[in-house]
Design a protein around this ligand. Structure first.
Ligand code: SF4
Length: 257
């Protein structure tokens, strides 16, 4: 049977990056526990629009835990109480009738608030731009088996590629560090034979771009706890190893030119 609950929401409202912002309280009555968290916000917004109040701004796209667009601090936890779950995949059955829920945007200096619960995450794109790609010669498509990929490397690269770029790792980190995101994006290419040609330049460029915008990792591990794709902290160790090697190799290569 469809269980219906009523909630009290404390939602962060902010008109723009320069506005101070404040919490507003809303009642969310008669919410089906089969609804997702974002569907619950949709219902609240429909009611706000009917009342002539401006709806709450929040981001979403695929609503299938794939695109990384959604992301909210729910009761102080990035993506809410369910481990390994993006905000869009969190369901209201995880809450009880009468609960009070506090909803905030990602809190990080590098993620200024655009409006209410939506934040600017461009610095993550700049890290990708610095090296999160491989150069492919144009021409006809090569045979899929032309470059053998060891099974272990394929499995690890696939695990790293699961990162959806949501930024929860940054929001959960007390230093607003982006090591988990950067290491996932770097390793899913550096682990594969196809990523070797640009490996050392990629490591240096991506890590140094990350350092321009984000804080330093001090091994709290909060990023892994918050990550909806449960990206392993091991990737940070692999990234640090590649970065140190890259500094030596790139210097040697520069000396040969
Ligand atoms: S590492 Fe996890 S938390 Fe960080 S951006 Fe990727 S999916 Fe999101």
């Amino acid at each position: 049977m469809d269980q219906v609950i009523s909630l009290t929401l404390k939602v962060w409202r902010q008109n723009g990056p320069d506005d101070a912002g404040a919490f507003q309280t809303y009642q969310a009555e008669g919410i089906s526990q089969d609804a997702s968290f974002l569907e619950m916000l949709d219902i609240v917004n429909e009611r706000l629009i009917e009342e002539g109040t401006e709806p709450i701004t929040f981001e979403s796209d695929c609503r299938e835990g794939i695109c990384g667009t959604c992301g909210l601090m729910i009761n102080g936890k990035a993506h809410g109480p369910e481990l390994g779950t993006a905000t869009c995949q969190l369901h209201m059955r995880k809450f009880n009738d009468g609960d009070h829920i506090t909803i905030e945007p990602w809190r990080a200096v590098s993620f200024p608030v655009i409006k209410d619960l939506a934040v600017e995450r461009t610095p993550l794109d700049l890290i990708i731009e610095a090296g999160g790609y491989i150069s492919v010669p144009t021409g006809s498509a090569p045979d899929a088996n032309l470059t053998p990929v060891p099974k272990e490397a394929a499995d690890m690269a696939f695990d790293a590629a699961a990162c959806i770029g949501c930024g929860a790792c940054v929001a959960a980190c007390p230093n607003s560090a982006a090591q988990l995101f950067t290491s996932a994006k770097l390793n899913h290419l550096n682990l594969l034979p196809q990523g070797q040609a640009e490996r050392w330049q990629r490591a240096e460029n991506m890590v140094e771009t990350m350092e321009m915008y984000f804080g330093t990792c001090t091994n709290h591990g909060e990023c892994h706890e918050a990550c909806p794709k449960e990206i392993s902290l091991d990737f940070i160790a692999f990234m640090n190893r590649d970065y140190v090697k890259a500094k030596i190799k790139n210097r040697k290569l520069a000396g040969q030119r």
